[in-house]
Design a protein around this ligand. Structure first.
Ligand SMILES: [Zn+2]
Length: 381
């Protein structure tokens, strides 16, 4: 009953609802689902719209590295939202990644999408940014493989959603990709050409993920220590948003890889309104592991030992802390039962910490009160 009442709404309604505001909607990656209740409660208390998401690598038909199938993730998110009566949220499939664009890969991707739709997902991110024709003579030619795969999958979703609204994110420029000189950034003309081509095929995404200097997960200094920094290229991000506006293309920017960016800097310097969706992933995993360290030291030690034993050989010369940090996500499936059978005190601490941290994100993102704008949008649609 409650789960029905507080089920997810279309991601498109949220993104349209905040359009024109200086707001970034947080998309929280709950790869250990326990954090979700705290996030939803903070969203409810601050009137913030929110997305909950997992990527393909984290949640597929076999459970991905979180051990959660799309249905299992959906069930847990609905339950958590129902418990705290949060009503303005979307269930998002992050990074539906296509790496080769081969018929068999596209086919498997469609099976995943079917399962996500079956499980009640309301928003989808198609990521075919790996597909790039380096021999292309024009921007359009370079982007053609990405355009083709994105179009096919977006039309598939549209068809399978049978007239229901849904959120759609697409990606141009692989996030975190480097060449000899450092990170490769998306150019404004690439973003414009990509969205224009999709629009020509009657695909109208609300958000575009770009490569703008962020990377997924933590970044490290030369000693393997985690560094906090404002890694995104703000002028480039603004230039892309402006170019999209100048060309009458109605699409905002999705910022990936926010973990490690200090929130005071996000609060003061992020181009809110140009960026309309902000993905926070690894951060929530840190919340869980930080809590476990104190509340469940024996389990934490087991996870640490397993991760180091499993990944040390593949990471010669790296410090234990960095090996653990980079690979502890793969322990989530391995220790699935234990992670979801922690004591009530532990669970409370994880949720309380997730709650407090969410407040700070919602404030930094300017998203307090955004839920009522979304409700208005839905009312006046
Ligand atoms: Zn991402």
């Amino acid at each position: 009953m409650k789960e029905q009442e507080y089920g997810p709404i279309p991601g498109s309604a949220i993104l349209h609802g905040v359009s024109g505001q200086k707001t970034i909607v947080m998309a929280a990656n709950a790869r250990i689902a326990t954090v979700a209740q705290g996030i939803f409660k903070a969203a409810k208390d601050t009137g913030s719209a929110v997305f909950l998401e997992l990527a393909r690598s984290e949640s597929d038909l076999k459970g991905g590295y979180t051990g959660l199938t799309p249905q299992a993730f959906s069930d847990r998110m609905r339950k958590a939202a129902g418990e705290v009566q949060c009503d303005v949220w979307a269930l998002h499939a992050d990074h539906i990644t296509v790496k080769t664009g081969s018929p068999s890969e596209i086919d498997q991707t469609k099976q995943l999408i079917d399962a996500q739709i079956q499980a009640g997902y309301t928003s989808f991110a198609i990521d075919a940014s790996h597909l790039f024709d380096f021999e292309g003579k024009t921007v359009r030619e370079e982007l053609e493989p990405n355009i083709r795969a994105t179009t096919e999958l977006a039309l598939f979703i549209k068809n399978r959603m049978k007239g229901k609204d849904f959120g759609l994110e697409v990606e141009v420029g692989e996030i975190g990709r480097k060449d000899g000189h450092g990170l490769i950034l998306t150019k404004p003309e690439e973003a414009v050409e990509f969205i224009r081509a999709l629009n020509e095929h009657e695909i109208y995404p609300q958000v575009l993920a770009i490569a703008n200097g962020s990377t997924h997960g933590h970044t490290y200094d030369e000693n393997g220590n985690v560094v906090e920094q404002l890694s995104i290229d703000i002028p480039q991000t603004r230039a892309i948003a402006q170019a999209l506006r100048d060309n009458n293309l109605h699409v905002g920017i999705a910022q990936h890889g926010i973990t490690g960016t200090p929130r005071d800097l996000i609060n003061l310097h992020f181009p809110k309104g140009d960026i309309i969706k902000g993905n926070v992933g690894t951060f929530w995993q840190d919340v869980v592991f930080t809590t476990l360290k104190v509340y469940e030291p024996a389990l934490y030690k087991e996870i640490q030992d397993w991760t180091l034993a499993t990944y040390r050989a593949a990471n010669p010369g790296k410090k234990d802390s960095q090996i653990f940090d980079g690979n502890c996500k793969f322990a989530i499936k391995e220790f699935f039962k234990d992670l979801y059978a922690v004591s009530e005190d532990t669970e409370k601490a994880i949720q309380a910490m997730a709650y407090a941290e969410s407040l700070v994100f919602f404030r930094a993102f300017g998203s307090y009160g955004s839920a009522s704008r979304v409700r208005n949008y839905l009312k006046n649609k």
